[in-house]
Design a protein around this ligand. Structure first.
Ligand code: ATP
Ligand code: MG
Ligand code: MG
Length: 371
């Protein structure tokens, strides 16, 4: 059987490797952590640093096609891998998603709506941004931000200097605050034949900058959901995507959509598909990168996904295991540090049957209510 190479050893690599195995592929993981989530379920090649070119070469030689879940591999490393084996999604796409300026520039060229923004290279640019965007606005690092790390909200002129000095390296991106009704995301997959499948729109709620809970389908009007899926499809086509891509969007209170950011890999907000869809985001991803046909992204149930974060949530694991309606996914991480994603649970409901807030809390059992 063919071997799928996955760069990165976290939970997304783990769940991709499991999906690959189900389709008869073997997975090789390139990882810094020989006992990490992905290395526990597939063959792992470990390296000290992702810029170790000998290790990258050995990895590429041992596999047939390469994908990634670790997004911060260098451009050089990507070029090296691409010179040996097909890399899907292409390095070009990863480079766009790694850099908020490149990402927003791409969106502008593709005619995709985003929040107003300005690149901030020097201190004077930040004054211009404040003038153009008004307060409050958000300042973000261009690269390496995740879970809301690497960004600051600036409420008045007094906050400018500190944010400019603290967030590094420069350049930064200043973004107008979107007054959103809710946050949503769409998972879109595309293969080399040009088949595109978009999953139903997910509604996402964050807590302390980290995704806390997702609802599928999003509780938004059908025409807006259709628009969101269409935006995701247009982005996939404009990128010439091969693989899967998560598109995060804001639903503005005025009813318009704005794309926040993209991630060219399976996405936390797509984890509900593991139990609510015959073909989940991980299988769709593996199918796309290995050149298999893409089935339509059918959803047979409504779903709520709840992340298990850090030691407090993991303390509830025995109770989760004792609650059959909680469909649990454990990432196998040794240490439950605060803020760390340790697993997630899905709860299914009949189609059209997502309950209100209290119903969701009740359905989540030990994970609901005042924790
Ligand atoms: P991720 O873990 O999703 O990669 P990140 O660190 O890259 O997160 P963003 O997704 O850009 O950061 O922002 C994190 C959250 O901050 C968003 O989900 C949203 O709640 C809020 N946010 C970001 N930008 C804006 C904006 N322009 N207007 C309003 N809220 C925003
Ligand atoms: Mg991000
Ligand atoms: Mg985000």
């Amino acid at each position: 059987g063919a071997v799928l190479g996955i760069v990165g050893g976290g939970q997304l690599g783990r769940m991709s490797a499991i999906a690959a195995a189900r389709l008869g592929y073997r997975a090789h993981i390139l990882t810094q952590d020989a006992d990490g989530p992905a290395a526990q379920v597939a063959h792992a090649l470990t390296l000290g640093r992702y810029d170790d070119h000998d290790a990258l070469r050995r990895f590429a030689d041992a596999v047939d096609v390469i994908t990634f879940e670790f997004e911060n591999i260098s451009a050089d490393g990507l070029d090296l891998l691409s010179s040996i084996r097909p890399v899907h999604p292409a390095g070009r796409i990863l480079r766009i998603s790694q850099d908020r300026i490149a990402e927003k520039t791409f969106m502008a060229e593709a005619g995709i709506p985003v929040a107003p923004w300005l690149a901030v290279h020097e201190r004077a640019d930040l004054d211009r941004a404040a003038e153009a965007l008004g307060y409050p606005f958000i300042l973000k690092t261009t690269r390496l931000g995740y879970d809301g790390k690497g960004q600051a909200r600036i409420h008045d002129a007094d906050g400018l200097a500190a944010a400019f000095d603290t967030l590094r390296p420069h350049p930064l991106v200043a973004e107008g605050m979107v007054h959103f009704a809710c946050e949503i995301s769409v998972m879109v997959a595309r293969n080399a034949q040009g088949d595109v499948s978009t999953f139903d729109v997910t509604e996402n709620r964050h807590s302390n900058g980290i995704l806390d809970i997702s609802f599928a389908p999003a509780r938004i009007p059908p025409d807006l959901a259709a628009q969101a899926r269409d935006l995701a499809r247009r982005i996939a086509v404009a990128l010439d995507l091969i693989g899967i891509l998560g598109v995060e969007m804001f639903v503005d209170r005025d009813g318009s959509l704005r794309v926040n950011e993209i991630a060219p890999r399976p996405h936390n907000s797509g984890h509900w598909t593991m139990n609510a869809c015959p073909v989940d985001q991980f299988e769709m991803h593996v199918r796309a990168v290995t050149g298999l046909p893409l089935p339509p992204a059918i959803r047979h149930s409504d779903a709520v996904m709840k992340n298990l974060i850090g030691p407090d949530d993991m303390a509830l694991w025995p109770r989760i295991m004792a609650t059959p309606r909680l469909l649990a996914h454990h990432y196998g991480k040794a240490e439950a540090r605060p803020g760390r994603k340790m697993g997630h649970v899905n709860v299914l409901f009949p189609q059209g049957g997502l309950p209100g807030e209290f119903g969701v809390e009740a359905a989540l059992g030990p994970l609901g209510g005042t924790r």
